[in-house]
Each structure stands twice: as structure tokens, then as C-alpha cells.
Design a protein around this ligand. Structure first.
Ligand code: DAH
Length: 350
């Protein structure tokens, strides 16, 4: 049976390759794959084989069938792609309607997260901020230490960190990790640039986090910071209020609460009324009606000193916008996982 299949395959391939036109190709297809084609008949013979040989032969027949079908469709495409002049010369030019509308290709567009990010970049540019990019694999020094979070600081516990396995390299264990916060770029930038600095850093962060409607293990933030002489807390509040109203709409409801981050003093959290449930309570806002959207604060003197700034002369504020959350709230969704779902039926709606 094996030999028989091999012969069928070889014969089919050589006939297909020398076929002159589509009609001949169709005849060959029927000869092998048609109702009483030789491969179809061979298939029927399987039932007569001993039980233990059946699966193997079945597989072989399917492979042979696949090869014949592929060869036919490849050959078919050479007919379709022959130049028009050649087709005309050989009398095989079929008529077609030139007025018939063509097939419209699907035109892609920017991902909703990118759209929100680009809008945010425009708003911050208009306020004089520069845009920076930084590494996703970061040193512990920038991700934590220079942000006033030394090795034994309890704040590390809140940022379930993913350290890299450095075995076999010269790097000391625990020195590099997937960055948990774009704040890591504060140190990298400020140690290079003297005030005034006004920078935003959009980027991805990673935490070993329980994924839910408002948390991802991989999530976007826009970190921002501003250091100059006389930067005040009210400048920070005004900036947050201005930026969020520009990115959402004028009528959003915001509220601030004090909180603690080691790299700012005082630290605040900005909450926006949840747009999905309009304050009623849903899975995204954990039934509170409010979503934490933009933590911030006045940069801690220890952070300013760590980058070599004189904290008696300059002051600054820092903030982070949860970009994935902002996009979710902007499009009135109740789960940020929707944004990274690769389902085109969802993405096409933006
Ligand atoms: N990096 C913090 C986090 O991801 C968020 C944050 C809080 C950033 C306060 C800041 C800030 O710049 O001032 O949890």
C-alpha cells in the first residue's frame, strides 16, 4: 500500500507540473481526488487493512492528499499570475469587469493605548516637558535605591519585583530587575541634567502581580517630574488638574488624598470618578466609584541629593499617570485587560 501511495503521489505531481491550463488541472484533480479518483479509492481500501496498520496508512494518505492539493494550488497560482500578454497570446485571457469595485484592504490604525499616549505627549509638550525613554531591564540602584528605597525598605514589598537570574554572569544577584516603575528614570535623567528639568517618561513596568480588572503584571505608566527653583505643591495640583481634564474632559471629577511613597514628601494620590460606573461602583474601581489614576508628590530631599542637586536651592514634583487605567477610563471600559486583548473585533472599535 505504501508503494502504491508513493506511485500515486509521483504520478500526480508530474502530471500537475506539466498541466497546460486550469481545465487540464481540474481533470487531474478529479483523476486523483475525485469521487472515484485513485487516491479516494486507496482511502477506501484502508478498511481492509489489519487494525494496527490503519492509523499509519490513514496518516500517509492524508499527507499524500495534502501534497497533491498544495501542488495543484501552487500550479493554479502560476496560471493566475501569468502576464496578461502571455495569457492573451495563448488565448486564455478571461474577460473581467473593469468597473467592478476592488477588494478593500483592511487599513490598520493606532492601538488605543498609543492614541492616549500620543495625546498625553502633546499635552505635556505644550507645558514644556521633554520626552525620554529608558530601559525595561533596570538596575536596583535606579529602580529603588536612588528613589530613597534602600535594600531593607518595606516599600519594596508593595512592588512585587521580578529580578533577573544573573547566575553565570558578573552581575551580583539582586542587582538587576524588570523595572517596577518608570520613576526609575528620575535618577538616570537627573544625574545627567542640571535643573530646570521637565521630563516625562512613558513606558512599561512589570510586577509579579495578581492580574485583575484594574491591575496588569505588565502595565504602562507615564512618569513625569519637574525640578526648578520655587516649584510648589500648588504647581503640582494645578498640573494634575490641567492635564487630566485635557486628556479626559473638562467635567471629570477629581479628588486628592495624602499617601506615602518614599521618594516624595508629601505624597498624594489622585482619584478620578470611575467613568465606567459613573461613581456607582464596579469591578474596575473595586466598588468605590473612584479610580487611582495619578499618584504624585514633592520630590524627597534625599532623591534630590542622590542625583547631586542642592535641595536648598531647588525643589520639584513628580507624578505617574497610570496609562492603561487612563485609557480604560477614557473609553468607559470596566476592565483594562480588554486593551491588550488581541481580538480585532475589539481593537477595530477604536
Ligand atoms: N512609582 C510609583 C508606583 O509605580 C508611582 C508614583 C508615585 C510615581 C508618586 C511618582 C510619584 O512620581 O511622585 O507605584
Amino acid at each position: 500500500m505504501k508503494d502504491k501511495l508513493l506511485n500515486i503521489k509521483n504520478e500526480a505531481i508530474s502530471l500537475i507540473l506539466s498541466a497546460q491550463d486550469k481545465k487540464e488541472l481540474e481533470e487531474i484533480r478529479i483523476q486523483f481526488l475525485g469521487r472515484s479518483g485513485s487516491l479516494t479509492l486507496a482511502m477506501k481500501e484502508i478498511s481492509k487493512l489489519p487494525k494496527e496498520n490503519k492509523p499509519q496508512m490513514g496518516q500517509l494518505i492524508n499527507e499524500t492528499k495534502g501534497i497533491i492539493e498544495d501542488t495543484i494550488s501552487q500550479k493554479l497560482s502560476t496560471f493566475d499570475s501569468l502576464p496578461r500578454e502571455a495569457l492573451a497570446k495563448w488565448g486564455r485571457l478571461s474577460t473581467f469587469d473593469v468597473t467592478e469595485p476592488g477588494i478593500k484592504p483592511n487599513i490598520g490604525h493606532l492601538h488605543p493605548l498609543t492614541q492616549v499616549l500620543q495625546d498625553a505627549i502633546e499635552v505635556f509638550k505644550s507645558l514644556g516637558f521633554q520626552i525620554a525613554d529608558g530601559p525595561e531591564i533596570e538596575k536596583d540602584k535606579y529602580n529603588f535605591e536612588m528613589l530613597n528605597i534602600p535594600k531593607d525598605h518595606p516599600a519594596r514589598d508593595t512592588q512585587q519585583s521580578l529580578y533577573l537570574d544573573t547566575r553565570g554572569s558578573k552581575v551580583t544577584p539582586g542587582e538587576i530587575l524588570l523595572r517596577t516603575q518608570t520613576s526609575a528614570m528620575q535618577g538616570r535623567i537627573m544625574e545627567k541634567i542640571k535643573p530646570p528639568v521637565r521630563v516625562i517618561v512613558p513606558g512599561k513596568n512589570f510586577r509579579y502581580e495578581q492580574v485583575d480588572a484594574s491591575h496588569g503584571f505588565e502595565f504602562w505608566q507615564i512618569e513625569g517630574f519637574f525640578v526648578d527653583t520655587n516649584v510648589r505643591f500648588t504647581d503640582l495640583l494645578g498640573t494634575i488638574d490641567y492635564v487630566l481634564r485635557k486628556l479626559m474632559d473638562e467635567n471629570i471629577k477629581l479628588r486628592f488624598a495624602t499617601t506615602n511613597f518614599p521618594f516624595v514628601e508629601p505624597g498624594i494620590d489622585t482619584y478620578m470618578e470611575c467613568t465606567s460606573c459613573v461613581g456607582v461602583g464596579c469591578s474596575f474601581c473595586k466598588m468605590s466609584g473612584w479610580s487611582e489614576i495619578m499618584p504624585a508628590g514633592m520630590i524627597h530631599p534625599n532623591v534630590l541629593r542622590a542625583v547631586g542637586y542642592d535641595n536648598q536651592k531647588v525643589s520639584g514634583f513628580a507624578f505617574a499617570i497610570g496609562l492603561s487605567r487612563l485609557a480604560t477610563l477614557r473609553y468607559k471600559m470596566d476592565d483594562l485587560r480588554i486593551l491588550t486583548n488581541p481580538d480585532l473585533r475589539i481593537l477595530e472599535q477604536f
